[in-house]
Design a protein around this ligand. Structure first.
Ligand code: HEM
Length: 415
């Protein structure tokens, strides 16, 4: 019987920290197998990559999320016991709540806010010597996310709240100070949002019908009970924080434009499909989510590998998006590849795979795409700018990563 490769040695956590986004794909190549077993943090872990692996990973009969995300990730990125760690009917019920907030009209309402904020910012930028696009995008998205969701936010708070949402994301692969910064940021944000939920429930604050704030404040679980105010806050943060995180893709989109100026004219023409292909290629090519984790629900065998109940399994996001079996010249930035893409739910997985309403795939993919698109449109059609010399590189061992300089632009003029 075929035996799946086992990586020798006591523990490979240090290699994971060193190799980051490439940890799984380096071994898939070395072992010539898209599934292998290694040891991380003192436990056997199955790592897998590619379309077939993604299909397997999203089978809810075989995997569960409960117990998969380390506490340190829940205490920074997700929130403890939030939707990311739920399973079965309770998960689907919670998921439908998130999806109900992200209908096309709601997407449009958010995108319009973002478009207007970019334009307002451009007027201010003309007076500045330079702007760090990453920082500007975080603040704009924070302001828009809160307004869209119905969360009151004073102008004087925007910068710190935006920094806190970003710090939660920035902590997910960190140990040491970056982790603690993320935890502090989460505690602050949870206190803030929980207070707002409580004000809505007491009638002190009026929440507009249909906004994320109102929906989270009054959401009922399957047992008919409302979420406690802390959990409602955690889930509302699960709407706000990732909108701010789109700033990472905006910076990558600006970098892609800089590295591939031949696309500027194409994007200026504003063909809907062209902008969407470019935005998809940004999400495929540049590193953001590295991998996902789940636990084996019950014993089974797949491709010669024994999946034993309770084992941790990692699905390689970065490697699947660059899998040479699925993508021609995967290490080249080529938006046109999406012209003939088959729309498989398991090949292009920057925000997870499968059907979002049936599993854990990100409910915010539509919003992400539309915000990247409107931001690209702004960069190519509403302003001109210079790109001074700076450090554009991003490290594949830092998780999450982004261009070091945050993408600096100068000489900004409105068109
Ligand atoms: C889940 C990525 C934007 C809300 C996820 C997952 C990934 C992801 C990889 C996990 C999928 C899984 O566990 O199978 C991203 C990236 C984004 C982004 C890279 C771009 C910045 C958004 C936005 C929202 C959002 C804009 C909401 C407005 C969520 C929620 C979940 C999730 C609530 C948990 C879903 C569940 O467990 O069922 N996202 N996302 N994300 N995302 Fe996103």
């Amino acid at each position: 019987k075929a035996r799946v490769p086992h990586e020798e040695g006591l523990d490979h956590t240090i290699s994971l920290i060193r190799e980051g986004y490439l940890f799984i794909s380096n071994r898939v190549k070395e072992f010539g197998s898209d599934v292998f077993v290694t040891r991380l943090l003192g436990q056997d872990v199955i790592c897998m990559s590619g379309e077939e692996a993604a299909k397997l990973f999203y089978d809810p009969e075989k995997f569960q999320r409960k117990g998969a995300a380390p506490k340190r990730v829940q205490e920074t990125l997700f929130g403890v016991n939030a939707i990311q760690s739920m399973d079965g009917e309770a998960h689907i019920h919670r998921k439908l709540l998130f999806l109900s907030l992200m209908t096309p009209p709601e997407q449009k309402r958010l995108v319009k806010l973002v478009k207007d904020e970019w334009k307002k910012a451009a007027a201010r930028w003309e007076k500045l010597e330079k702007v760090v696009l990453f920082d500007a995008a975080k603040e704009i998205l924070c302001r828009c996310a809160c307004e869209w969701a119905g969360v009151p936010l004073k102008q004087s708070e925007v910068k710190e709240r935006a920094e806190d949402f970003s710090a939660m994301v920035d902590a997910f692969g960190a140990v040491g100070p970056r982790h603690w910064k993320g935890r502090l940021a989460r505690n602050r944000a949870e206190d803030w949002i929980q207070g707002i939920i409580e004000q809505v429930r007491s009638g002190e604050l009026n929440a507009v019908e249909g906004t994320a704030l109102q929906q989270m404040a009054y959401h009922k679980e399957l047992n008919g009970q409302m979420l406690d105010s802390h959990m409602a806050a955690v889930e509302l943060i699960n709407v706000l924080r990732p909108i701010v995180a789109i700033s990472t893709f905006i910076v990558y989109a600006a970098l892609a434009l800089y590295e591939h100026p031949e696309y500027r004219e194409i994007l200026q023409a504003g063909g809907k499909h062209d902008v969407e292909m470019f935005s998809n290629e940004v999400r495929r090519y540049y590193p953001f989510g590295p991998f996902l984790g789940a636990r084996v629900k019950r014993n089974f065998e797949w491709n010669g590998c024994e999946f034993q109940e309770g084992m941790l399994v990692l699905l390689d996001i970065y490697g699947t998006n660059r899998d040479a079996r699925l993508w021609d010249s995967p290490d080249e930035f080529r938006p046109e590849r999406f012209r003939t893409w088959n729309e498989s739910l398991y090949q292009f997985i920057p925000q997870g795979g499968g059907d979002s309403s049936k599993g854990h795939r990100c409910p915010g993919e539509g919003i992400t795409t539309e915000i990247v698109k409107v931001s690209l449109d702004f960069l190519v059609n509403d302003i001109t700018y210079e790109v001074p010399e700076q450090e554009f590189s991003y490290s594949l061992s830092r998780m999450p990563t982004y261009p070091e300089s945050g993408f600096i632009i100068g000489q900004i003029r409105r068109v």
